[in-house]
Design a protein around this ligand. Sequence first.
Ligand code: AHR
Length: 663
Amino acid sequence: LTVQVNKPGAPIQKTMYGLFFEDINFAADGGLYPELVKNKSFELDEHLLGWRGIRGAAALTTYTVSSQQPISATNNHFLRMTAATASPDAGFINEGFRGMGVKQGGEYTFSVYLRQGPGSVSGLNVILEEGRAGNGPEAGPSGKVLAQTTITGLTSAWKKYSVVLKSSGTAERARLKLTMEGAGTLDIDVVSLFPKDTYKNRENGLRTDLVQLLKDMNPGFLRFPGGCIVEGRNLTERYQWKETIGDVASRVPLVNRWNMEFKHRSTPDYYQSFGLGFFEYFQLSEDIGAEPVPILNVGMACQFNSAELAPISGVAAGGPNASSSHNHEDDDPTLETFIQDALDLIEFANGPASSPWGAKRVAMGHAAPFNLKYIGIGNEQWGPQYLERYEPFMKAVKAKYPKMNIVSSAGPSPDGELFDKATQRLRELNAEVIDEHYYAKPEWFRQNVGRYDSYPTTGSKIFAGEYAAQSVAIGSPDNKNSWDCAISEAAFMTGLERNADKVVMASYAPLFAHVDAWQWTPDMIWFDNLKAYGTPNYYVQKMYSTNPGTTMLPVQRGGNAKNGEDNLFSSATADDKTGEIIVKLVNYSTAARPVTINLQGVKKLGKTGKATILASNDLNAVNSLEQPMNVAPKDESFKVKSSNVTYTLAPNSFTVLRIPGKR
Ligand code: AHR
């Protein structure tokens, strides 16, 4: 191999390797967003989802949909408990998200709104207890008590109460029990049990271990909130960012677009609380050092579902500023509503405190702008209906914010052409970044390593916005995060890096999955209620994103062999900040492979290099909660004797070499 250190190519963009976040597989509620109470506000159509009455329940009225002074206009359902006689073990249990994960000595803030009704209820008993197997409605009546307290001092007006519970034990599937002291009526709303241990100890913060796994990747960007979830199965159920900011208790939940994919659940068990909303996404991006890349609905529901379209002309009821709630059946937005949402989002992220939307950001505690530079128009959409909406949308954004980089959608790609009509039109419209998605067999990734070799160096750039090798088939529940998939992605990514003048962003998808609540495989990070692990695919991504370099370097193979020939894949960059040459090598073969790397024109060569090696002899190898590091990178040093660096690649391995040397 010859690395042409003296013929440097394009700069590697800071955004080159990033993250795609979608609320699928319990990624937000039940995952990154650590609220332990499911359906805390009783606002879903199935008002008692996640709750069930326990002994003495006959004496309880389950809930009331009240017009009698609810907490707020958007939070107008609450649980009314009524007991004719005092019944110490009568109350309600919340099952959490496949249980509640609590740790011994861990502190959890319990908060609730209470209002005393007729009778003599003197308090609310709050009991955190171990659950029984299953922890759903089938779970047993009670388990070991982990923490307990009683809230007193009730009043006849709504009042918020807050108390910290300290768990005496560790449980993956704990649950919360609420019972009344005395007989009478008690109104209950916005029940929350939130760990004090959150990333940066934030109130309404995020699950520490999961954020840390993301931060460890040094991601260039964070794309959110999806995925098909942006579009919704129909427009009424689309993602509306304005509904996800402000007071957490007033955010109206929505059935998750992926709920239907739970084959074993017919009730809407998966919903979005929006506790992790757009403010929190921006804050997370900042925390992990990633550029925020929000993707907005272009005025189309998911083309794989209803394909519902927003009319292009006409003004939505209430004017273009109308922010129609997803709870309003008469919601009939035109394209103008979607465009205005995008303009308002930019103002929310970047505007001064004196601007209406900037003021809302400031009120939420972030006076400085989030410095938003990218905005996506539509997720995975294609064809004339997309272009008809994209063009006026893009022009309106550019008219007001000429420097905003727009990410345009290209639909799912592997079976399609790189240059289909829509892509051509997007290029004619000078789209900055075109977002391609490919889910395909591992061999597709190895065979298509040259996908971007002939893509023009001028004009629109590429965002490989969603990709993952599928071990069985796209959408198969049997897909595994196997080493074969991961090493094939590593091989493909050498092609992205070699074309870093054309491909400026790339992200694996999906990001997260709960081991007991998923709809899609494979996924990069798996977790239960207490633990998490990175898959081999995670380590491939991490090895790229923590070793990006600053400048692309051309790599030549002896005998003019192409990248990937004989199952050897390679790419190289210079890291001008550290004074190193970074070479990435994939040996997709069962034999060890000695390579000589000629660093052509290198200056100031050092003596010791660092190799990071991800390898397994078993292409079916996977990681798991029990064996999280079965396939994990190992570091070693190696001698650099001359500008002809020799190194032996392990069988079936992905290796990153960092060689001290300047260009
Ligand atoms: O990543 C899962 C889904 O795949 C995304 O929601 C969608 O954009 C794609 O079809």
